[in-house]
Write a protein that binds this ligand. Structure first.
Ligand code: MLT
Length: 328
């Protein structure tokens, strides 16, 4: 028997063994730590959610979650990394409406399909956004902020985490509702952008409440409005954008995904751990205290999340096309 034929036979045997081992391997899952790929810099809202959720899911699954902050291009690099990873449950993706929906319409050169190259694991909390400024911004109301921006079009800079990120979509919604604009300064996440806002290197941001609220409470920045239908239970003193005369409603939902082909038993294990995490009273308190809205267990099932994801993808495709938003 020739060398080549022997080699072919061996690999055939190996993949047959792997296939046969699939269900057994899924049963033993997880047998090592799990890499949770975060598309933005440490210290920001998505990183915070990854650490809170990852730490608690690790307790359910008996294996550590390793946080891998892979930044750049508004999360498209991090998502690509998970799409290319082995479908064995040891590399999973956390992301949000920007990284896993809007980017699919904005980045024409993506090498993956956000709806078919990933397996939805579970829906995670939604983060309403706050319109915040540095403390040096002389304004009492959002109307004052808007009038100042209109009177000084090129004077004010605002942070985003890149085109397609939540803070970019928030800025676009703000521009559309107010008719005012500010210069967009891209960062690898709103964690680092927040440091510059506190230091008045930039002056404004539309950012997720979990990232801004602690700094508002500490008096380091000012909040003018929340982009939700109702005031946040965690910050009842902050008016809704609509109350200030500018109807802006954007909530940044998050979720977990695995590479396509990850066995359903593994998706089920991860999903059960995510649901148990959201039922934990301490976790609920921590997330709600940051202004986040938690999904119900019924909304968190892989099937329900897949349907929600698909609907959001179509919704934002229409919004971005109507607004003619393009990657410059
Ligand atoms: C972050 O974690 O930095 C944010 O989710 C970035 C963004 O999308 O605004």
């Amino acid at each position: 028997m020739t060398m080549i034929r022997r080699a072919a036979m061996t690999s055939l045997a190996a993949s047959a063994a792997a296939l046969a081992a699939g269900p057994a391997r899924a049963q033993a899952y997880p047998s090592k730590s799990i890499s949770l790929v975060v598309p933005f810099a440490a210290g920001g809202p998505t990183d915070l959610m990854a650490r809170i959720v990852g730490e608690r899911m690790a307790k359910e699954l008996g294996q550590q979650f390793i946080i891998d902050n892979t930044t750049g291009a508004a999360g498209t690099i991090a998502v690509g990394k998970v799409v290319r990873a082995a479908p064995d449950g040891y590399t999973i993706s956390i992301g949000h409406l920007g990284t896993h929906a809007a980017n699919g319409s904005l980045y024409k050169t993506l090498t993956y399909d956000l709806l078919t190259d990933l397996e939805p694991i579970a829906r995670l909390p939604s983060n309403p956004m706050l319109v915040v400024t540095s403390n040096l911004f002389e304004a009492k109301t959002l109307k004052d902020v808007v009038e100042y921006l209109k009177a000084n079009p090129d004077k004010i800079s605002g942070g985003t985490a890149g085109v397609g990120s939540a803070s970019h979509l928030g800025a676009l919604a703000f521009f559309a509702a107010t008719g005012a604009k500010y210069q967009l300064v891209p960062y690898r996440g709103t964690g680092p952008a927040m440091q510059d806002l506190i230091a008045n290197q930039i002056q404004i941001m539309v950012d997720q409440s979990s990232n801004s609220l602690p700094h508002v409470r500490a008096g380091k920045i000012r909040a003018y409005a929340v982009t939700a239908k109702a005031r946040s239970v965690a910050a009842p003193e902050i008016p809704t954008a609509a109350e200030t005369g500018y109807p802006i409603e954007v909530a940044i939902w998050h979720g977990l995904w695995a590479p396509k082909g990850t066995p359903p038993q593994i998706i089920a294990r991860l999903n059960a751990a995510a649901i148990a995490t959201m039922q934990d009273p301490d976790i609920r308190h921590r997330l709600e205290d940051l202004g986040q809205e938690l999904p119900t267990p019924a909304e968190m099932t892989p099937a329900a999340f897949a349907a929600f994801h698909k609907a959001e993808f179509a919704k934002w495709k229409a919004i971005l096309e109507a607004a003619n938003v393009k990657i410059e």
